[in-house]
Write a protein that binds this ligand. Structure first.
Ligand code: ADP
Ligand code: MG
Length: 330
């Protein structure tokens, strides 16, 4: 049974960056205003995510890392919206099958926190009282220690660290009211350091730099026709002065960081046709649509999504991008 669990867990947590994504999303779901990530050896030695969220109650600790433990069901009326948000109570459980998990947490009004370690879905010992300030710290050590082949394919720790930095950068420009940091273990300087702000452009400037931020244009599109499509999109796209070697597309759909290859390609096509010299754009988009219009089952890691009435939405966005680019180019 433990081999089956491990293999399933290895599907949910494919690389260190997938663990970081799950942990940061949990911190965001816990209403944190500050999320700090520390990484050692590309995440294989250590991933540590600390937040100042609402914490985990003492009585929930014994089952915390059991499969299908989730506190997030009651907030959503129907299964469809749960599915589209990717809630499944599997992330923490999975991590305990492929790494050593330590949780330190304190809830509001408590005098001290608790620390527990988990293996293979279960607590290794009773929660130990400990000093804690606010929120939760989750540590994953020795990720994939029991998956030799996986460790071999993840030899390039610099590459995995860059993926984690990239991930935190994306979260930071969407959740602009949250402080984010990401640093290597032992490093004095953080590689992502974003301070809560009310301006999206300020957030982008602090994370991606002035040269990106100054070449961005605001974009919006929407549709409200139940017979064709219902959505709202807002974001920023780069102008003709922004030149890069590859496209950056930061996409949030219903507040979840996702990939939509069809949309990305469609926007690239518009740039290539309208601004051939700046055909590798920077795009940040946040799309909100009815949860039942999102299909997350395209890929097991649920990053890739497809949308109901995807064609209509893509075409609307393409038209908007094209008109922005033409206006800016005049
Ligand atoms: P899910 O997020 O799908 O519910 P997870 O396995 O990611 O499943 O997490 C299980 C549960 O652990 C969550 O539902 C939440 O109640 C709790 N939890 C995990 N991380 C945190 C955190 N940083 N702060 C507060 N609660 C957390
Ligand atoms: Mg989760």
């Amino acid at each position: 049974e433990s081999v089956v669990n491990r293999i399933a867990a290895g599907e949910v947590i494919q690389r260190p960056v997938s663990a970081v994504k799950e942990l940061v999303e949990n911190s965001l779901d816990a209403d944190s205003t500050s999320i700090n990530v520390v990484v050692k050896d590309g995440g294989l030695k250590l991933i540590q995510v600390s937040d100042d969220g609402h914490g985990i109650r003492y009585e929930d600790l014994p089952i915390l890392c059991e499969r299908h433990t989730t506190s997030k069901l009651s907030a959503f009326e129907d299964l469809q919206s749960i599915k589209s948000m990717g809630f499944r109570g599997e992330a923490l459980a999975s991590m305990t099958y492929v790494g050593h998990v330590t949780v330190t947490t304190i809830t509001k009004g408590q005098l001290h926190g608790y620390r527990v370690t988990y293996r293979d879905g279960v607590m290794e010992h009773e929660p130990k009282a400990c000093a804690a300030v606010k929120g939760t710290q989750i540590m994953i050590e020795n990720l994939f220690y029991n998956m030799t082949a996986r460790r071999k394919t993840l030899q390039n720790s610099a590459d995995d660290y860059l993926k984690i930095v990239d991930l935190l950068s994306r979260f930071a420009i969407h959740h602009i009211n949250v402080n984010f940091s990401c640093r290597k273990h032992g490093a004095a300087r953080a590689d992502v350091h974003s301070v809560a702000t009310s301006s999206r452009l300020d957030a982008i400037r602090s994370v991606y730099g002035v040269s990106v931020a100054r070449n961005l244009m605001k974009i919006e599109a929407s549709d409200n026709d139940p017979s064709s499509s219902v959505f709202e999109m807002a974001g920023f796209i780069s102008n003709s002065n922004y030149v890069a070697k590859k496209i950056t597309m930061v996409l949030f759909i219903n507040e979840r960081l996702v990939e939509c290859t069809a949309l990305k390609r469609a926007i690239e096509v518009v740039y290539a046709a309208t601004l051939p010299k700046a055909s590798k754009p920077f795009i940040y988009m946040s799309i909100v649509l009815p949860p039942e219009h999102v299909d997350v089952n395209v890929h097991p890691t649920k990053r890739e999504v497809s949308l109901l009435s995807q064609e209509v939405i893509i075409e609307k966005i393409q038209l908007e991008v094209e008109s922005k680019l033409r206006n800016s180019n005049e």
